[in-house]
Design a protein around this ligand. Structure first.
Ligand SMILES: CC(C)(COP(=O)(O)OP(=O)(O)OC[C@H]1O[C@@H](n2cnc3c(N)ncnc32)[C@H](O)[C@@H]1OP(=O)(O)O)[C@@H](O)C(=O)NCCC(=O)NCCS
Length: 407
């Protein structure tokens, strides 16, 4: 073999960096350029997983075999994190200990706080979160231990500290002092407390809890996949989660909830819904909060539960405007384009009613998804294989190098 053979799958890299692979070198399989291409990896199954089942045809979702509806109606966020990490629902005692351990890890150390407050206020919350998570690894010496218990300890720190980082970076941007976590409150209620400086109502805390629970995990979505790619190199969990945050930030992934809310505020009134959506579709714009890579033939099951919670929150406040507006948009987009709302659509007005500023919406998604990310990182370590797909080279070939003075 000429050139430098990479150690990741028998692909030969020539001196020009072009991968060459023939059928005979590849055990009889067609050469890379002759194979079908799965753009965006759509429909490609790349691993087995015991964490969650997303059924796009039936429109169902389960975590560790429990239907998302049952969990949304009966479980809490903490209970769900335990289920994801340990594979079983906790007993009463186990949940009490687990929740106390999480609550005890909420404070962020001085170094992290100094890094956050050194950032210019123009830095977006997701960028600040990514920076803080990356820095958290400094106070947790990576001993190269990839065992489950060690990673559950690290994941506990991450889940517990995400809300503190997000809420207090928000206060920093507002020129306000930080608000310390309250260990007597649940994870969801404490986040609202740190944001608003007061204990939330039971209804608000339950709505926050359910929103986080429903967003906690969703299979091999883009950010989780990105985290697994990093973990598969046997890099550490902090690096994997930092990767995931950067991936979630994009408008086609976590960034959709904020844009969905902006659209609702833009539309304003129910009687403006049809013309607004018709015009947007005529301009070939994407309606944020609609469509899904997996739920194509059935609705995203999470949206019904979020819609129900939105109704309850509106009822508590005696104002159904946002509920009616969101419902009208969903009906119009389904009628005109055949697209169903995804998790981001009804989560957006819910977060808005909970008083969460729009520029924190994506960060709230990250606070909710860190349990899923960390579970996948741990599963990746447990049955690891380097993730390394191929590409079909379509650039120029067989070019001759000319010395610089001859070009
Ligand atoms: C989620 C999403 C990226 C999935 O994309 P995908 O599976 O790759 O689907 P495609 O991008 O191939 O779209 C297929 C068709 O549906 C249309 N479509 C998909 N989502 C759309 C949306 N939200 N608004 C308008 N049209 C949409 C595309 O324009 C395309 O139409 P065409 O065949 O006429 O060109 C896509 O639905 C989207 O951009 N949604 C808006 C962003 C969003 O809400 N993201 C959160 C996801 S949980």
């Amino acid at each position: 073999m000429s050139g430098n053979a990479e150690a990741d799958g028998g692909v030969e890299t020539t001196a020009r960096g072009i991968e060459t692979q023939t059928a005979s070198e590849n055990g009889g399989a067609p050469s890379v350029n002759a194979r079908p291409i799965a753009e965006g990896l759509a429909g490609v199954v790349i691993a087995q997983s015991e964490i969650c089942e997303v059924n796009g045809e039936r429109g169902t979702l389960s975590y560790r075999g429990y239907d998302i509806g049952e969990l949304a109606c009966h479980a809490t966020f903490e209970e769900t994190v335990y289920l994801l990490w340990y594979g079983e629902l906790p007993t009463e005692n186990a949940l009490r200990t687990f929740s106390a351990n999480l609550a005890a890890e909420r404070e962020i150390e001085e170094t992290i706080w100094r890094i956050l407050t050194a950032l210019p206020c123009s830095v977006e919350p997701m960028d600040a979160l990514r920076t803080a998570v990356s820095a958290l690894s400094c106070s947790d010496a990576d001993d190269g231990d990839r065992c489950l218990n060690s990673n559950i300890e690290k994941a506990t720190r991450l889940v517990a500290k995400f809300p503190t980082i997000v809420a207090n970076y928000y206060h920093h941007r507002q020129g306000e002092p930080p608000i310390h976590p309250d260990p007597t409150l649940s994870h969801a209620a404490n986040f609202l407390h740190m944001l608003h400086g007061e204990h939330p109502t039971d209804m608000a805390a339950r709505a926050m809890d359910m929103t986080m629970l429903l967003m906690a995990e969703h299979g091999f979505n883009a950010s989780t996949f990105a985290a697994r790619v990093t973990a598969a190199t046997l890099s550490d969990i902090y690096s994997a989660i930092t990767t995931a945050i950067g991936t979630l930030k994009g408008p086609l992934h976590g960034g959709a909830n904020r844009r969905a809310m902006k659209m609702m505020l833009d539309i304003g009134d129910v009687d403006q819904v049809v013309p607004y959506i018709e015009e947007a579709l005529a301009r070939k714009e994407r309606i944020m909060g609609f469509g899904h890579r997996v739920y194509k033939s059935a609705p995203d099951p999470r949206s019904a539960y979020l819609r129900g919670r939105l109704y309850e929150l509106c009822a508590e406040r005696g104002d159904f405007h946002l509920y009616e507006l969101a419902t009208a948009i969903a009906e119009t987009v389904e009628a005109k384009k055949g697209l169903y709302p995804n998790v981001d659509f009804y989560a957006a007005p819910l977060l808005y009613l909970l008083g969460i500023p729009l520029d924190l919406f994506v960060a709230v998604f990250a606070i909710s998804r860190i349990p899923g990310w960390s579970t996948h990182v741990m599963e990746q370590y447990a049955r690891n294989r380097l993730i390394r797909p191929l590409s079909a080279y379509v650039g120029p070939k067989d070019r001759t190098y000319h010395p610089r003075h001859e070009r």
